[in-house]
Write a protein that binds this ligand. Sequence first.
Ligand code: PRT
Ligand code: ZN
Length: 296
Amino acid sequence: MNRIQIAIQKSGRLADKSLSLLERSGLQFARSKDKLFWFGRNLPVDLLLVRDDDIPRLLIENVCQLGIVGENVAEEKLLEVQQQRPDATLESLLRLDYGHCRLKLAVPEAARFESINDLSGRRLATSYPWLVRRYLDQHDIQADIVTLNGAVEIAPSLGTADAIVDLVSTGTTLRANHLRPVAEVMQSQAALYRCPAALGTESEELIGKLLTRIQGVQQAAESKYVMLHAPRSRLAEISAILPGAESPTILDLEGQEDRVAVHAVCTEQVFWEHLEELKEAGASAVLVLPVEKILA
Ligand code: PRT
Ligand code: ZN
């Protein structure tokens, strides 16, 4: 059977979460400390550990069939490749809800900035030249782009740029460099991508199976199994409080006519407020348990 290769970041912000997600989805790899290639032990799925910047191209060229990378990197590299090959594509299969950040335009705190038009004729430092070019074109603005591979945030104080476009998560780096965000170029999070090439039936089925498993892991992380005792007369009210629960299981309690046990899978977060409301509605013996896997 043909094997599938999944590329993830070797080290950095997305590395640990990406590996953990695949392992929780049931993939086991023969780990080798330094090597970039980990052989899949229980399924024909191997891991490639690379720099995040290389992942989009590996997918576009079908060297890897799946990859996990930030949407910011995927879109930037796709735009870069499209300069030579306008028909190049990448398909996002699933957003993964980690690695959240925003690509923001920032100017020195003291600089005058009223609208995006103030950037006309200015120099913008960034590590994302193609995303910035697209953004400027969309706003019909002519500006010079200075591409830097790191330390973008110090460009204005060095005098090499008038403004920057850089990733922001907490905003601490911007503040430390006396910059203020003035516009958002894009929002990003880690996502699972696939190669554009159609694969054989077996490989396509395997990708489908992995996707279902990963979605199951994501859903399980949010879900809780709730068990409680409730007055039979207030069942409707209690069911309505349980967040994201569909048709709970109702069980008789030995020797009790008016009280029943209620079991439900809550697919949304269960907060203390929910438990307090349940108690007010007459629930007792409320247990909230983690859910490990869900196969919908
Ligand atoms: O070595 P390799 O090339 O694989 O890694 P890398 O250094 O290019 O990437 P890495 O590990 O830093 O980031 C990988 C991905 O994480 C990015 O492409 C984003 O999709 C995502 N991500 C999420 C971030 C951030 N949050 C983030 N805050 N990437 C970078 N940053 C930077 C930001 O640019 C700023 O300089 O972190 C700094 C701190 O941000 P604040 O706002 O919290 O101060
Ligand atoms: Zn990188």
